[in-house]
Design a protein around this ligand. Structure first.
Ligand code: UD1
Length: 433
């Protein structure tokens, strides 16, 4: 299994290109199932999760054509993927693929709405919590689906009295769910009549999906708000769409600059989507400067102060940045309280950060972090995607050598991570095997 070796202590300086957003690309790829015409996605990141989604869609019978690819370190690689779901041969999303990636459940809404039935494996638990899909299923039921569970699979079909087409309805999410909102949106596009989605997630990735669906012929209003209205249409058509820049990749490299007290420009970053992260960075003493190409993060000579924060649905501070921010707070002057409100088990990086000398105590959903002037390198174990990258960030700041094990998690969400960091002066390499 590959590992990453880092010798910390070098302030990062230079530029890092930001790729397309994984969490926008995955639902956009699933949206290809809504039409028999070609959906052409550009600025697609080259990541393991994207490959898993491509395998799943291919397994349903979607034909795919991939162009472009490995750009140099200085350029965003932005692949182009054409997907055409004209000849769907299977309506089953099998366990073997779904268990690899929870976002596979995003094929549920499109398959059900276009083909009237589907069978999708339940994703099961994951390292950051139980993560049920009950809200996805309730949303499908509100649109006229009949759902049953057997042998670990979700069986969904349109109710017999509806003549093969979902019927618009009101979906009131009791809790904000990103994936649930995406499944509801995609299904509602092909339903008969109007659907109102209340307490919808407002993440930029939802807006990206809405924009693409609109280009495919969907009629959606309330864009960017927590109440989306969808006027169903009988069919959608193909289009071309560019995936938005990855805000979590951007935030992660912003913290890489901050934690090494460096100065890095993130080229292609979209600051508008990072309000809560950038204001937290500002508050703790990091300069965030808009540039013509993206955003510059300056922390050279800065004294980083400990601050408190809480994860929340967008536009609040993202749970996907919590582990990285905690690594930064471990090196801050003063204490910080970080509260996780989205997932119940998302502090798995804490014991690993503590192995590097961090002083962190967890009390329920909150972690108290007492900053230290210097962390020390150590062998550590990655547990999930964002936890893994927080260990890389800590390693960049630590004295001595850090070896991060189980880095396949990182490959799910960070493209050419070592190359991008090394180009800014980090002493980092991948150890194969
Ligand atoms: C998406 C992101 C993930 C991010 C998360 C929260 C993708 C591919 N993944 O995941 O990176 O961390 O949003 O911003 O976009 N829940 C239920 N029942 C459901 C659905 C969700 O109880 O049916 C709960 C979850 O367990 C969790 C919370 O709702 O506690 C939020 O989950 P959700 O927004 O659905 O996350 P994902 O879409 O899986």
């Amino acid at each position: 299994m590959d590992r990453i070796r880092i010798v910390g202590g070098t302030p990062l300086r230079g530029t890092i290109p930001i790729g397309g957003a994984k969490n926008a690309a995955l639902p956009l790829m699933a949206a290809a199932l809504l039409t028999e015409e070609t959906l052409r996605l550009t600025n697609l990141p080259h990541l393991a999760d994207i490959t898993t989604m491509a395998h799943l869609l291919a397994q349903h019978g979607t034909s795919m054509h991939l162009n472009g690819g490995e750009g140099g370190v200085g350029s965003a690689s932005g692949r182009v993927l054409e997907l055409q779901a004209a000849d769907i041969t299977s309506l089953t999303a099998p366990y073997d693929l779904v268990r690899k990636m929870r976002a596979s459940v995003l094929v549920l809404g499109p398959l059900l709405a276009r083909f009237g039935a589907c069978r999708v494996s339940l994703p099961g638990g994951c390292s950051i919590g139980t993560r049920p899909v009950d809200l996805h299923l309730k949303a499908m039921e509100a649109l006229g689906a009949e759902i049953s569970l057997d042998e670990g699979y979700i069986n969904a079909r349109i109710r017999d009295d509806l003549n093969g087409r979902l019927r618009g309805g009101t979906i009131m999410f009791p809790a904000v769910t990103v994936g649930g909102t995406e499944n509801a949106l995609m299904a509602a596009c092909l339903a008969e009549g109007e659907t109102v989605i209340m307490n919808a997630a407002q993440e930029p990735e939802i807006t990206d999906l809405v924009n693409c669906l609109t280009l495919m012929g969907a009629r959606i209003s309330g864009i960017g708000s927590n109440c989306l209205r969808v006027e169903g249409v009988s069919s959608l058509h193909g289009t071309e769409y560019s995936v938005l820049p990855d805000r979590i990749e951007t935030g992660t490299y912003a913290i890489a600059a901050a934690i090494t007290r460096g100065d890095v420009e993130l080229v292609g970053a979209n600051s508008a989507a990072l309000g809560a992260v950038f204001s937290a960075l500002n508050e703790c003493g990091v300069e965030v400067i808009e540039t013509s190409r993206g955003v510059r993060i300056r922390a050279d000579g800065a004294e980083i102060r400990g601050i408190d924060l809480m994860t929340e649905p967008y536009p609040g501070f993202p749970t996907d940045m919590q582990a990285q921010f905690m690594a930064l707070m471990a090196t801050a002057n003063g204490a910080s309280m970080i509260t996780e409100t989205i997932f119940e088990n998302r502090f798995m990086h804490v014991p690993e950060l503590c192995r590097m000398g961090a002083r962190i105590n967890v009390h329920g959903a909150s972690a108290i972090v007492r900053g230290m002037p210097r962390l020390s390198g150590a062998p550590v174990m990655a547990t999930d995607l964002r936890a893994s990258v927080s260990l890389v960030l800590a390693g960049l700041a630590a004295e001595g050598e850090t070896i991060v094990n189980r880095i396949y998690h990182l490959d799910r969400g960070y493209e050419r991570l070592e190359a991008k960091l090394a180009a800014c002066g980090a002493n980092i390499e991948r150890l194969r095997g």
